[in-house]
Design a protein around this ligand. Structure first.
Ligand code: PRT
Ligand code: MG
Length: 217
């Protein structure tokens, strides 16, 4: 009996930037994922299906074998911890930076800052590495509001253009990590489904190289 390959993607910028790479690897969804409410999408290849999950859930699905492959932001991988996952390829898409931000002139060096973020694991590690004990306040969104209403001294969030920070009177204070989306593979599937996974990984790698050769940035 033939094996199937399940690829976990999230709607939004990851899906948008991943579909052209998958297409170069010969995989195309049978219907438009953005228009569809279906969570399981067949593709032009009988043995390959896509599943649509929340961006932060991609590492969980792949680590537990709910999907064999996935595309996840490095931020979600760092926050998840990466157990059970291989990360064979940097796709170079959905780029941004994970940053500490606050009011202009706020010293980032507060000894015991109150930090609002959805990245509590990353933030705890970051401040601990500097010998600082941050008081972490877990939020699920709108982090920029926290300093404005006095909930926190600093935030840890993703920054691309910086427009969101600026619009709220905040500024970036320090970079924790550059972020891009990565291909992740379930560790067991990497062995059991090597025959299916290897060509997809290789084709995606070639598509990334090809794109980077032809784009002048
Ligand atoms: O939206 P949902 O709650 O379902 O999940 P999600 O927010 O994790 O998903 P999504 O699709 O918004 O982001 C998926 C991935 O895209 C993230 O995990 C990052 O790896 C990557 N990415 C790249 C970004 C950004 N750029 C980005 N700018 N994710 C979020 N942002 C947000 C940021 O949080 C802030 O609110 O955009 C705002 C800042 O942008 P600028 O341009 O104003 O600086
Ligand atoms: Mg979002």
């Amino acid at each position: 009996m033939g094996q199937t390959l399940t690829i976990a993607l999230s709607k939004g910028r990851i899906l948008e930037d991943t579909l052209p790479l998958l297409a170069s690897a010969g995989i195309e969804p049978a219907e438009d994922p953005d228009a569809s409410r279906r969570l399981v999408l067949p593709t032009n290849r009988a043995e390959v299906q896509l599943v649509i999950v929340r961006a932060t859930d991609v590492p969980t699905y792949v680590a537990h074998g709910g999907a064999d492959l996935g595309v996840a932001g490095k931020d979600t991988l760092l926050e998840h911890g990466g157990a059970g996952l291989y990360e064979p390829l940097d796709l170079g898409i959905a780029r941004c930076r994970l940053m500490v931000a606050g009011y202009p002139g706020t010293t980032e060096r507060l000894r015991r800052p109150r930090v609002a973020t959805k990245f509590v694991n990353i933030s705890r590690r970051y401040f601990a590495e500097q010998g600082r004990q941050a008081e972490l306040i877990k939020l699920y969104g709108s982090m920029e509001l926290a300093p404005i209403v006095g909930l926190a001294d600093l935030i840890v969030d993703l920054v691309d253009t910086g427009n969101t920070l600026r619009a709220n009177g905040l500024e970036p204070l320090a970079t924790i990590a550059p972020i891009s989306a990565r291909l992740v593979v379930n560790r067991a599937a990497m062995k059991m489904k090597h025959r299916l996974i290897e060509p997809v990984t290789r084709a995606l790698g070639e598509a990334v190289n090809e794109r980077d050769r032809s784009t002048v940035e």
